[in-house]
Write a protein that binds this ligand. Structure first.
Ligand code: BG6
Length: 508
C-alpha cells in the first residue's frame, strides 16, 4: 500500500447525522487499525456555535456509534485530540477567510503538510456555493499541498441537474480532485466482483451471452423510510438506490476487462458499460419492462409497521415508489439478447443484496428425464449479509441410472476471519486520502446512469395508466412482480442466509 500523506480533513456538515454515524466512527476505526498518517487532523465545520472540546466529546468520547470495547476509552480520548471545530455562522454561503486562517493554523500546529481534503456532508443544493467560496478564499489552490473534494449523493435529481452540478463544481476544482462517494463501491463484496470476473479462468470465458441466460440483481431492505420521509418522498427508490448503487453494480457485472487495475482504466470501462444499456424510450416498452410499488401497512420481523403513506414527512396521497423492478438489455457484443432483471425495495421480508447469474441449460440434454433443465446452474454473489459466493450445480444421485439433483458449493467471507473487513466508509476515506479514485464515480459515469434512468422517471411521472402497485410490508413486492420475467422464470426470493436450501444430501 502507498504511504498516505499527512493531511487535514475538513468536514462541512459536521453537526449532521452522517458525521456522527459514519464518518467519525470510520476514522476512529482507521486510527485504531493504525491506518491514518502520522500527522492527521479533522476540522468539523458547520453553522452551529461550538468549540473543540464539545465537538470532541460528542463525536469521539461519547459517540454512541463507536462501540465501547474494553480498553478503547483511552484510545477515544487520544483520537479526540485530533478533532477540531469551526462554526461558520449563519450560512455556508459566506466568506471563508476566517476558515482559511484556521486551516492554516492547524496545518502549522498539527504538521499536516498543507494537504487538505474537503468532505461535503451538506445538502447538494449548496455544493456549488461551498466550492465557490473555497475557491474564492484560496482554499482550492494546490500550490501548497493537495486539495480534494468529496461529495455525497444524490448527484443531481435528473440528467439536467446532474450535468449542472458537475459543471458547477468543475469551475472550481478539476475533475481529478472531485470524489463522488457511492458507499456500495466501498463494500468488499462489490469490489470482489472484479476479482471474481477477471482473476478466474473458470468464470471469465462463460461471462457472456453464449453461456448466461439472464442476470438477476436484488437489493432488498426490511426497513422503511424511517425519519427520512420528507427527502424520500421527493426521491423514490429509483433515485435513492437504483441510479447510483445498483447501476454501479450493474456496470461491474457488464463491463469489459479493463486494460489495467488503475482508476481511469476501470472507470473508462464502467462508463462504456453504462452507455451500452438500452435506453427505454417509448411508452409501450416502459410499460412492459418497469414496475413500481409502494408498501402498505404489514408485518416485518413479527412487528406491525405502518404503510408508506403513514410515515412522517410523506404526502398521504403519495405515489412515490418504495419498490422498483426493471427488465432491460445491454446493447453490445457480450450481452446481446440477455435480459437483466434488477429490483430494489424497502420493507421486504429481509435485508439482502445479491447478484444471480443464471446459466443456459446445456445445449444437448442427455439427462433430460432428470428434470435438471428446469433447475439452471447459478452463480450467486451475495453482497450482504452473509457475504459470499454460492454455486448451484447438478450431481448424480448415487445408485443405478442417472438421476440428477442440485448441490451447493459455497464460500463465505467470514471464513477469512483473520482479515477484518473494513466498513465501506473506512475504505473509501482511506482511498481518497491516498488519492485513489477507483472506487469513486466519475462525472461521465453519473451522467450515463441518469441518461438511462431519466426516461423511466419521466414515464412514471407523466405516463398514461402508470400504476403504483401496493404490497404489504414484509412481502416480496407487488403480486405482478414476476410478470417481468420471460419464460418459466421468476425472482429468486433469497433468505438471510446465502445457502437457501441444503442442496442434495442423503441422511443415513
Ligand atoms: C442509501 C439510501 O444510499 O443506502 C438508503 O439512501 C438506503 O435509503 C441505504 O437505506 C442502504 O445502504 P446499505 O449499505 O444499508 O445497503
Amino acid at each position: 500500500m502507498q504511504r498516505i500523506p499527512n493531511q487535514l480533513l475538513i468536514i462541512f456538515g459536521a453537526s449532521g447525522d452522517l458525521t456522527e454515524r459514519k464518518l467519525i466512527p470510520s476514522l476512529f476505526d482507521l486510527y485504531q487499525g493504525g491506518h491514518l498518517p502520522e500527522h492527521f487532523a479533522v476540522l468539523g465545520v458547520s453553522r452551529s456555535n461550538g468549540d473543540d472540546e464539545a465537538f470532541r466529546n460528542r463525536l469521539a468520547v461519547d459517540n454512541p456509534h463507536i462501540p465501547e470495547t474494553i480498553g478503547n476509552h483511552g484510545l477515544r480520548r487520544e483520537f479526540a485530540r485530533k478533532l477540531f471545530y469551526f462554526g461558520l455562522g449563519e450560512s455556508y454561503d459566506t466568506d471563508y477567510v476566517k476558515l482559511a486562517e484556521r486551516i492554516e493554523a492547524l496545518h502549522q500546529s498539527e504538521q499536516t503538510d498543507g494537504n487538505a481534503m474537503f468532505y461535503l456532508s451538506v445538502p447538494p443544493k449548496i455544493y456549488e456555493s461551498v466550492a465557490r467560496n473555497l475557491h474564492a478564499s484560496g482554499l482550492a489552490d494546490t500550490s501548497t499541498g493537495h486539495r480534494r473534494l468529496i461529495v455525497e449523493k444524490p448527484f443531481g435529481y435528473d440528467l439536467q441537474t446532474a450535468r449542472a452540478l458537475n459543471r458547477g463544481l468543475q469551475q472550481y476544482f478539476d475533475e481529478a480532485q472531485i470524489y463522488r462517494i457511492d458507499h456500495y463501491l466501498g463494500k468488499e463484496t462489490v469490489q470482489n466482483l472484479l476479482v471474481t470476473r477477471f482473476s478466474n479462468s473458470i468464470f471469465e470465458p462463460l461471462w457472456n451471452r453464449n453461456y448466461i441466460r439472464h442476470v438477476e440483481i436484488t437489493n432488498a431492505e426490511s426497513v422503511g423510510v424511517g425519519k427520512r420521509g420528507g427527502y424520500y418522498d421527493t426521491a423514490g427508490a429509483l433515485r435513492d438506490m437504483f441510479q447510483n448503487h445498483l447501476l454501479q453494480i450493474v456496470s461491474l457485472v457488464v463491463m469489459e476487462p479493463p486494460i489495467g487495475p488503475d482508476a481511469e482504466s476501470i472507470r473508462n470501462e464502467k462508463v462504456k458499460a453504462l452507455k451500452s444499456l438500452r435506453i427505454m424510450r417509448d411508452a409501450e416498452t416502459l410499460h412492459r419492462n418497469t414496475i413500481r410499488g409502494q408498501y402498505l401497512a404489514g408485518q416485518v420481523d413479527g412487528k406491525e409497521v405502518p404503510g408508506y403513506r403513514e410515515e412522517p414527512g410523506v404526502d398521504p396521497h403519495s405515489t412515490t415508489e418504495t419498490y422498483a423492478a426493471l427488465k432491460f438489455y445491454v446493447d453490445n457484443w457480450r450481452w446481446a439478447g440477455v435480459p437483466f432483471y434488477v429490483r430494489t425495495a424497502k420493507r421486504m421480508p429481509t435485508r439482502v443484496t445479491e447478484i444471480v447469474i443464471h446459466f443456459q441449460s446445456p445445449h444437448h440434454q442427455i439427462f433430460r428425464e432428470s428434470g435438471m433443465d428446469s433447475k439452471d446452474n447459478k452463480l450467486i454473489i451475495r453482497i450482504q449479509p452473509n457475504e459470499g459466493i454460492l454455486i448451484k450445480f447438478g450431481v448424480k444421485v448415487p445408485g443405478q441410472g442417472f438421476s440428477v439433483e442440485r448441490a451447493n458449493l459455497e464460500f463465505y467471507y467470514s471464513d477469512l476471519s483473520e482479515n477484518r473487513v473494513m466498513d465501506a466508509y473506512e475504505r473509501l476515506l482511506l482511498d481518497a486520502m491516498q488519492g485513489d479514485a477507483t472506487l469513486y464515480a466519475r462525472a461521465d459515469e453519473v451522467e450515463a446512469a441518469w441518461e438511462f434512468v431519466d426516461p423511466i422517471l419521466d414515464f412514471w411521472k407523466k405516463g398514461e395508466g402508470v400504476d403504483t402497485y401496493g404490497y404489504t410490508a414484509g412481502m416480496w413486492g407487488p403480486r405482478n412482480a414476476d410478470e417481468l420475467f420471460d419464460g418459466p422464470y421468476y425472482w429468486r426470493n433469497p433468505g438471510e442466509h446465502l445457502r437457501d436450501d441444503p442442496g442434495f444430501c442423503i441422511i443415513d
